[in-house]
Write a protein that binds this ligand. Structure first.
Ligand SMILES: Nc1ncnc2c1ncn2[C@@H]1O[C@H](COP(=O)(O)OP(=O)(O)OP(=O)(O)O)[C@@H](O)[C@H]1O
Length: 257
C-alpha cells in the first residue's frame, strides 16, 4: 500500500515584509526519516508550519497526495498528517492519558472506542509514560511533556508525521530512544517522518535524508555523507568543524577556530 506523500512546490513565505522562505521545492515520497537542519531563524519552524497549513505561503503550494492543502480541511488533513510542535501549553486540566487520546479526534470525533483506548495505551507504553498516565498534563516537566506530545502525534496514526525539535528537552537516553524509534517506525509503518533538529550528530546518525537550510533556501539535500561536510557546515553555520567516520556515519567535531 502506498501511503500519502507531500510535495512543496516553489514555496515562499514572509512575515509582514520580512522574507523568510524563498523558492522552496521538496518532495517527500519515501518512507523514511528526514531531518531539517539550519541555523537559528533560518525558517525551519516556518516551513513545517506552512506544510501543516498553520501558515499560508505567499507564493507556491503544498500538495498532499497531489491536492493543494488549501482545498483540504484541517480535519481531513489531520487524518493523514500529524504535527508535533516544539512547545505546548494547555489551558485545560487533563490527564496525560486524556492528552494522548486527543490524537484520536480526527478519526473518532468525540466518541471514544475500545480501539482508541487500546491505541492510546500502546503509545503511552511506547513513550514509557505508564507511570505518568494519570498525572495532570500541566504539571509535567518539559521533557515529559515532549514525550506526551509525541505520543499524541503517534496516536493520530498519521501517514506523515512532522515534528519540530522533538528531542530538544530530552536527556541523552530519551533522545536516543526517540530517534531510534522514529527511524524504525518510519520504515516499519511505511510513513514519512519529517523533523526539525538542531543536533548535527544526532541528525547524522539517524536521518535517512537531511535537508540543510541557509538564508531561507535549501542549501543541501541528501544523505548524511552528502550533506554533513566540513565545507557545508562552515558555509551555513559559520563554524569550523572536522567530520570523521563513526560506525559508518559522519560525526562532527567542532573546532575552536
Ligand atoms: N510570528 C512571527 N512574526 C514575525 N516574524 C517571525 C514570526 N515567527 C518567526 N519570525 C521570524 O521568522 C524567521 C524564521 O523563524 P523560524 O522560527 O521559522 O526559524 P527557525 O529556523 O525555526 O529558528 P530556530 O532554530 O531558532 O527555532 C526569524 O527571523 C523569526 O524572527
Amino acid at each position: 500500500m502506498v501511503l500519502s506523500d507531500i510535495t512543496i512546490d516553489n514555496l515562499s513565505f514572509s512575515y509582514d515584509n520580512a522574507d523568510v522562505l524563498k523558492d522552496i521545492s521538496l518532495q517527500f515520497q519515501e518512507p523514511n526519516l528526514t531531518c531539517i537542519i539550519g541555523p537559528n531563524g533560518v525558517g525551519k519552524t516556518t516551513l513545517v508550519k506552512c506544510i501543516n497549513k498553520l501558515l499560508k505561503p505567499h507564493q507556491g503550494r503544498v500538495l498532499l497526495d497531489g491536492t493543494d492543502i488549501n482545498n483540504i480541511s484541517l480535519f481531513e488533513m489531520a487524518k493523514k498528517m500529524a504535527f508535533v510542535p516544539n512547545s505546548v501549553s494547555s489551558i485545560f486540566s487533563m490527564t496525560v492519558a486524556e492528552a494522548v487520546l486527543m490524537g484520536r479526534y480526527p478519526h473518532s470525533g468525540w466518541v471514544t472506542s475500545a480501539e482508541d483506548l487500546q491505541i492510546v495505551e500502546e503509545m503511552i507504553s511506547t513513550m514509557h509514560l505508564e507511570d505518568l498516565a494519570e498525572r495532570n498534563f500541566r504539571e509535567l516537566s518539559a521533557g515529559q511533556t515532549q514525550r506526551v506530545v509525541i505520543a499524541r502525534g503517534l496516536a493520530q496514526e498519521p501517514e506523515i508525521l512532522i515534528l519540530d525539535e522533538p528531542t530538544s528537552n530530552l536527556d541523552v537516553k530519551h533522545q536516543m530512544e526517540i530517534m531510534n524509534f522514529l527511524s524504525n517506525y518510519s520504515k516499519k509503518m511505511g510513513i514519512k517522518v519529517i523533523m526539525v533538529c538542531h543536533d548535527l550528530n544526532i541528525t547524522a546518525a539517524f536521518a535517512d535524508r537531511i535537508v540543510m537550510m541557509h538564508q531561507g533556501r535549501i542549501f543541501a539535500d541528501g544523505t548524511a555523507r552528502q550533506v554533513m561536510t566540513a565545507e557545508n557546515i562552515r558555509e551555513v553555520y559559520d563554524v569550523n568543524a572536522r567530520v570523521i567516520d563513526v560506525e559508518g556515519k559522519p560525526h562532527i567535531i567542532m573546532l575552536k577556530d
